[in-house]
Design a protein around this ligand. Structure first.
Ligand SMILES: Nc1ncnc2c1ncn2[C@@H]1O[C@H](COP(=O)(O)OP(=O)(O)OP(=O)(O)O)[C@@H](O)[C@H]1O
Ligand SMILES: O=P(O)(O)OC[C@H]1O[C@](O)(CO)[C@@H](O)[C@@H]1O
Length: 350
């Protein structure tokens, strides 16, 4: 996908062009030119599959003939330290797909774009492949616009990433499938706890900063969830509490899933932001636990709540087979786009 660069009308500036991805007959960059170089950076939170994407990009660039491939450590901030960039080869990345996290070390924060372009110049990459979510893509677009303004030749290519699966126009982001599989295990555990203890609620908080995709999918997959709260819903807390009371009176246990994003809807966050400019949300899991506990105390009803927050256990695993294959396709498509000279694009899976 690429943004339309016809600047003649504001409407055009927002248009999105979809071009079928894949290898092109004609290359813009000569991969055999010894000056040819590419850099890879990953930003934002980690996500299952990041290492698969990095590995695939390196292998694909190598297959084209590019021999100077750099891994930028520490997100956009790492761009400013070219002396720390890793020199990547297929040998160096050969086993990374089996590991969670990212060998490039993700970070948040934004150095000024012109300065960061100047820093890049020290290694002079013809292509910059940037994997991340909406924040990373906004940053990538600013870099791209800078390259256009100063007529600096460098293909800026995004690889869409977010475990939350909330990138518009993309059916599914990588890592989401793995996350749902892992999240379902946590929900299943909550069910076992709820069923196996007297008067017990199993309460699970799942990721999703402003969306409930992981919570909803895990709840559907587990099939034993009684209440699933996501930020897209207009939640009437009193009705939710009454329903929980009803469930406990009638069957003696229940399972509740709440998405992290409800920490900005059910309750309000302080407004504080992280280094990437994202609101730091109030922790809705413990708040919900306390709220339910207080209600049951008032009613004089017996209750135990087994609270599970598997956030980082989910996010840190290696990609499952679906995501691993998907990441390979994404990485390859990103490189094809860059070698063909597309810039200001994000890589789709086809
Ligand atoms: N509006 C913006 N313009 C330019 N850069 C941005 C913008 N928002 C965020 N960034 C930068 O992009 C990088 C990643 O941002 P962020 O932390 O929001 O993660 P993300 O890419 O949205 O991924 P995820 O949400 O999945 O963790 C950070 O270095 C951040 O400073
Ligand atoms: O704890 P961190 O690293 O700031 O990241 C948390 C955020 O990153 C995500 O995993 C991805 O956007 C969100 O679900 C979560 O809010």
């Amino acid at each position: 996908m690429c943004t339309d660069q016809d600047t003649s009308s504001p409407a055009h500036r927002c248009a999105i062009l979809r071009t079928r991805a894949g290898p092109r007959e004609t290359l813009h960059f000569d991969p055999h030119d010894p000056a040819s170089a590419a850099a890879i950076v990953s930003c934002g939170g980690i996500c299952p599959g990041l290492n698969c994407v990095i590995r695939e990009i390196v292998n694909m660039l190598w297959a084209y003939g590019v021999r100077r491939i750099y891994g930028i450590k520490g997100g956009y901030k790492g761009v400013m330290e070219p002396e720390e960039w890793l020199e990547l080869t297929p040998e160096k990345v050969k086993d990374i797909h089996t590991e969670g996290g990212t060998m490039l070390i993700s970070d948040r924060g934004n150095p000024p774009h012109l300065e960061s372009l100047a820093a890049r110049d020290l290694k002079n990459p013809s292509a910059c492949l940037q994997t991340g979510g909406d924040g990373t893509h906004k940053g990538a677009m600013q870099t791209f616009e800078c390259t256009m303004e100063i007529d600096h030749e460098c293909a800026v290519v995004g690889v869409p990433k977010t475990i939350d699966n909330d990138v518009p126009m993309i059916d599914q982001t990588f890592g989401f499938d793995t996350a749902c599989t892992e999240a379902t295990k946590a929900v299943n555990s909550a069910y076992v706890e709820a069923k196996g203890n007297a008067n017990c609620i199993g309460l699970v908080k799942l990721m999703g900063r402003h969306c409930g995709f992981i919570a909803m999918n895990a709840a559907l997959a587990a099939r034993d969830v009684d209440v699933c709260l996501i930020p897209e819903m207009d939640i009437d807390l009193e009705k939710v509490l009454q329903h929980i009371e009803h469930l406990m009176r009638t069957k003696g246990h229940c399972v509740i899933v709440v998405a992290e994003g409800c920490g900005d809807t059910l309750i309000q966050s302080s407004g504080e932001k992280d280094a990437g400019g994202n609101k730091i949300l109030a922790d809705v899991g413990p708040w919900l636990k306390d709220t339910i506990t207080a209600r049951f105390k008032t009613l004089g009803l017996p209750l135990t709540i087994k609270y599970i927050d598997p956030t980082y256990m989910i996010r840190s695993v290696a990609a499952n087979s679906y995501d691993s294959t998907y990441c390979s396709v994404l990485g390859q498509m990103a490189v094809h786009g860059a070698m063909a000279g597309y810039s200001g694009i994000t890589a789709p899976c086809q």
